[in-house]
Design a binder for this molecule. Structure first.
Ligand code: ADP
Ligand code: MG
Length: 273
C-alpha cells in the first residue's frame, strides 16, 4: 500500500495528473482483465496521453477566443450556391495552414463569413494548431493600448505567434492612418509565416478609403493576397432568410454601407484590387 501511495505521489510530482487519478481504476482493471505488466503500463500512459490531448485542446480553444463554435459540417451549402463545397472541404484539410496561405471571405452581412472562418478555426484546433480570433476594431484597440503602454512590438509579436489568426469584421469601421499602419505591421509580421483568415463586407477597391490611405491599403492587400484563397459569397443573409421568405425586405439604404452583393459596378471583390 505504501508503494502504491509512493507511486501516486511520483506520478503527481511528474505532473502525470490523469495517470495519478486513474491509478486505482486501472489497477483494478488490470487485475480483472489479467493485464501483463507492460499492458498495464501502456494503459496508464495512454490515459495520461489522451487526457493531455483533451486538456491541450481545451486550453488552445480558450486562448483562441472564438465568438461561437460553428463547424464546416453544419454549413448549409444549398442555401449559399455561390460557395463551392469542394473548395471549402479542401481548405478544411488545413493544407493552407501548412503553406502559410490566407483565406479572404468576402460578402454582405449574414452570408456565413464568420461561420466558415470559425469552422476552419475549429478544424485547426482539432488538428493541434494554435488559433486566435479577433475583430479588426478589437485588434486596433488592443494595438493602440499597447502603443500607449510602450509595448507595441510585444503585442504585434503576440499576433504573430499563432499558426492561424482570424481577423473578422474588416470594413465596419474606418481606420485612421495610424491604425492602418498598425494593422499593416500585423499583416507584415505574419506574411509567409502564418495563415490569416480575414472577413470583409467591403470591396478591395474600397480599402483605400477604409484605411484612410491608398498606399497602406495597397501594401496590406499586396501581402494578404500574395498567397490567398478568395471566397466571394454572393447571396442572401441566412439570418434574414425567414424574414425574406415572409416578404420583408431588410436592405437598408442611404447608410453609406456598401453591400457587395448589390454593387453599382457589379464587379467581384477579387477583380477590384
Ligand atoms: P456573416 O459573418 O457573413 O455576417 P455569419 O457567419 O455570422 O454571417 O452567419 C449568421 C448566422 O447564420 C450564423 O448563426 C451562422 O451560423 C448562420 N449561417 C449563415 N450562413 C449559413 C449557412 N449557409 N448554413 C448554416 N448556417 C448559416
Ligand atoms: Mg461576421
Amino acid at each position: 500500500m505504501l508503494e502504491l501511495e509512493h507511486a501516486r505521489e511520483l506520478l503527481c510530482d511528474f505532473t502525470l495528473t490523469s495517470a495519478a487519478e486513474q491509478l486505482d481504476t486501472i489497477l483494478e482493471e488490470a487485475v480483472q482483465k489479467e493485464y501483463t505488466t507492460v499492458a498495464f503500463l501502456d494503459r496508464l500512459l495512454r490515459v495520461e496521453a489522451e487526457n493531455r490531448k483533451i486538456r491541450n485542446y481545451q486550453m488552445r480553444m480558450k486562448l483562441a477566443r472564438l465568438p461561437t463554435i460553428k463547424t464546416l459540417e453544419d454549413f448549409d451549402y444549398a442555401f449559399q450556391p455561390s460557395i463551392n463545397p469542394k473548395q471549402i472541404k479542401e481548405l478544411g484539410t488545413l493544407a493552407f495552414v501548412e503553406r502559410a496561405e490566407n483565406i479572404l471571405l468576402l460578402g454582405p452581412p449574414g452570408v456565413g463569413k464568420t461561420h466558415l472562418a470559425t469552422g476552419f478555426a475549429v478544424k485547426a484546433l482539432e488538428a493541434g494548431k494554435t488559433v486566435y480570433y479577433t475583430t479588426l476594431p478589437r485588434l486596433v484597440d488592443e494595438l493602440e493600448k499597447a502603443t500607449t503602454r510602450g509595448t507595441f512590438p510585444r503585442r504585434c509579436q503576440y499576433y504573430t505567434k499563432y499558426q492561424l489568426l482570424l481577423i473578422d469584421e474588416v470594413g465596419y469601421m474606418q481606420l485612421n492612418r495610424h491604425q492602418a499602419e498598425m494593422f499593416f505591421q500585423v499583416i507584415c509580421s505574419r506574411y509567409e509565416k502564418g495563415s490569416t483568415i480575414l472577413t470583409s463586407n467591403k470591396y478591395f477597391s474600397d480599402w483605400g478609403e477604409l484605411m484612410s490611405d491608398f498606399v497602406i491599403a495597397t501594401a496590406i492587400l499586396d501581402r494578404l493576397l500574395h498567397h490567398a484563397h478568395v471566397i466571394n459569397i454572393k447571396g442572401e443573409s441566412y439570418r434574414l432568410k425567414d424574414r425574406l421568405r415572409a416578404g420583408i425586405n431588410p436592405v437598408v439604404t442611404n447608410t453609406g454601407q456598401q453591400n457587395p452583393g448589390h454593387s453599382k459596378t457589379g464587379r467581384m471583390a477579387e477583380d477590384t484590387i
